[in-house]
Ligand binder design. Structure first.
Ligand code: S3P
Length: 441
């Protein structure tokens, strides 16, 4: 099991790119598989999670040519081109793979079984199983369908009008993929602005997906998505922008390391993803956007971050939805901010790769942070001088990277144990930080 040893060092400086967006990479593979012909994917994220989707797509009979680890040709076979897999589809540790595939497979005239590592088999599936059954799918799983493995007997589906209890993009996307195969429209109501990459890509491929956001000021800030089924998908070329969720670790690392200045090129800045930017700005961070442009229907920009002092802030409501994967690294930033930072409305953190409220609190406390768990978030009091020690990732990629960044500003040496999981979303994280000046071995 690998580990990283981190020490505080010189300022972080330089220009770089982060790897491709994880969410968009999954969708490029899955939607490409059912498009009517060949689409090219540039800058695909070659991380474990996306490779699980790639392996599954191939197991469904789709030919994917790898021109390089990040450039692929997906030979889509159209609406009814998928074939019954002859073995369990192993989604490894990727919740997005399992949930999106479940939606896609619910409309296929064959049986498939989805499973993965123990970490994935502990993640709740009732949130997709229940509405997929309402659409007419037969889905079996442990404890009445609450946990993987899931067995899906696909078949004829009906559109539904359904209110999601959580603002989850995985659930929304699973139901949209199933909805493509339904005999009537699907309308989904969400209690917040979950990432909309599926809708953007479907529209770019010629499907009709309409989104209506509640008027400004309406609480909660609901959104409604309406999908017209049965439309053929045109193959498209997708150029995947850099992953804002990966950039987040570098934004915080440079903010906290005195004298730093880093520019991250071509990062996705879809507003459903950039809640951390709003939180960092509210804390007094210096992050500027340049060269804002649209690439393949997704907003992209270069981000320049300079070290700066921070003050505490409040994060709740739709800001949580827009920064759900960034809350562990926000907690690290908060340890260096003057005053209190409160995160609420974030109970979803408890059902991510780990219970991220419990694991973030436990590990940051080892480093000397003043952080208290709450049922739906945490409270951090700062600034505190962190002290290097041995910390553990719990097998959670985002916690492993957040702790590595904490190690860059902790006194003495920090050892982050069990860091293989970083490759689930950000292969090359360590070497990229080292190139910018990070003292990591
Ligand atoms: C994702 C959605 C989010 C996010 C995950 C990726 C996606 O999960 O945490 O890392 O690609 O749709 P939820 O939809 O469960 O919030």
């Amino acid at each position: 099991m690998s580990r990283l040893t981190v020490r505080p060092g010189p300022p972080l400086r330089g220009r770089t790119r982060v790897p491709g967006d994880k969410s968009i990479s999954h969708r490029a593979l899955l939607l490409g598989a059912i498009a009517e012909g060949t689409g090219r994917v540039e800058n695909l994220l070659p991380a474990n999670d996306c490779l699980a989707t790639l392996t599954a797509v191939r197991a469904l009979g789709i030919e994917v040519e790898e021109l390089s680890p990040t450039t692929l040709l997906v030979h889509g076979r159209g609406w009814h081109g998928l074939q019954e897999p002859d073995d369990v589809l192993n989604c490894v540790r990727s919740g997005t793979t399992l949930r999106l595939l479940a939606g896609l497979l619910a409309g296929q005239p064959f049986t498939s079984v989805l499973s993965g590592d123990p970490q994935l088999r502990r993640r709740p599936m009732g949130r997709i199983v229940e509405p997929l059954r309402l659409m007419g799918a037969t889905v079996l799983g442990r404890d009445h369908g609450r946990w993987p493995p899931l067995a899906i007997q696909g078949g004829r589906l009906h559109g539904i009008e359904y209110s999601l209890p959580v603002a989850s993009a995985q659930v929304k996307s699973a139901l949209l993929l199933a909805g493509l195969y339904a005999d009537s429209p699907t309308t989904l109501h969400l209690p917040g602005p979950a990432r909309d990459h599926t809708e953007r890509m479907l529209n770019a491929m010629g499907a009709t997906v309409e989104t209506k956001e509640a008027a400004a000021g309406v609480q909660p800030p609901t959104s409604t998505v309406h999908l017209t089924p049965g439309q053929r998908l045109r193959p498209i070329d997708v150029s995947v922008p850099g992953d804002f969720s990966s950039a987040a670790f570098l934004l915080v690392a440079a903010t906290l390391s005195p004298g730093s200045e880093v520019t991250l090129e071509e990062v996705g800045v879809n507003p459903t993803r950039t809640g951390l930017l709003d939180a960092l700005w509210a804390m007094g961070a210096s992050v500027t956007l340049h060269e804002e442009r649209t690439v393949g229907g997704e907003p992209v920009a270069d981000l320049t971050v300079r070290a700066s002092a921070l003050r505490g802030t409040e994060v709740g409501g739709s800001l949580v939805v827009r920064s759900i994967d960034e809350l562990p690294i926000l907690a690290v930033a908060a340890t260096q901010a003057e005053g209190e930072t409160r995160v609420r409305d974030a109970a979803e953190l408890r059902v991510k790769e780990t219970d991220r409220i419990a694991t973030t609190v436990e590990e940051l406390r080892r480093l000397g942070a003043e952080i208290e768990p709450r049922a739906d978030g945490f409270v951090v009091r700062g600034p505190t001088r962190l002290r290097g020690t041995v910390v553990h990732s719990h097998g959670d990629h985002r916690l492993a990277m957040a702790l590595t960044v904490a190690g860059l500003i902790a006194q003495g040496e920090t050892t982050v144990q069990d860091t293989d999981c970083i490759a689930d979303s950000f292969p090359g994280f360590e070497s990229l930080l080292v190139r910018l000046g990070g003292q990591i071995s």
